[in-house]
Design a protein around this ligand. Sequence first.
Ligand code: SAM
Length: 275
Amino acid sequence: MHKVARKRFNQFMKQRLGHFMVEIDPGPVGPKELILKTAVLGEKSVQEKTNPDYYFMSGYIGMLSWMQILKRYSFNLRTASAIMELGCGSARLIRHLRCIDGIRLVGADVDPDNIAWCQLNVPGIEFNVNDLRPPLLFAEDNSFDLVFAASVFTHIPLETQHVWIEEIYRILRPGGFFLADVLGSYHQRQMLNREDMDCLKKNGQLVLDAGDDRASLSTQLIGSWDVFQTRQEVLRAFGSVFYVHDYLPRGLDLLILQKLSLYGHEGSDKQEQWL
Ligand SMILES: C[S@@+](CC[C@H](N)C(=O)[O-])C[C@H]1O[C@@H](n2cnc3c(N)ncnc32)[C@H](O)[C@@H]1O
């Protein structure tokens, strides 16, 4: 199954990159114990998430869909010089961007085990462990064209969310993009009861910690948090720093954000629709 996804991803990247595309070996699948730490909602999904075919298929499809979205905003993969994934886990996603010739790729995660495995098994990417709070010591101001964080703000408690959003703003170049997803109505239906929903509506936010039996299996295993916010709260948090191009309802709701260029007020009138 993942071979079809790989072909579609490669075709898309070839179209975008032309001779700036290089053939790469996708490398090994992340080990089960690391995947369990990163992406498993409950016991039922353990088998699926740790299946190598699913691992690669979801990696190709995930990266393809985010690259297709960026194309709509004229993000130029050929001229981009640096891309970072925050919360890269076992590099399920960012590993596929090694097909972009000459680009600097950086993966960061708070989990030293995932980063140690990536350093040994996924060449061609700089990997760093970061703290639960910024700064990202390896990242200079204005140094990335794109930062993405897949299922990461879903685990960043609200008291540190704002400092992370500001940190990503700091390291992006003016005009750079930030893609991040958050838990939306799909996961609210899956994980929350009526009382939780009332609480979420009332407070704009709800956090399940690792001790809570409704929390995802990964959260319970690593002592993390599952963070729910209303759409209004998400827009307040991200939109007060970034220009919000779109906020797409999906399995995980996706934010397409941009650090405006120094003189650019591109669509600042449109921003009002979100805030
Ligand atoms: C659900 S996993 C997703 C992993 C990867 N992005 C993927 O899609 O395969 C969330 C990851 O975010 C990491 N994480 C959580 N909070 C973080 C933070 N503040 N900074 C960096 N990584 C973080 C976790 O350690 C974990 O690897």
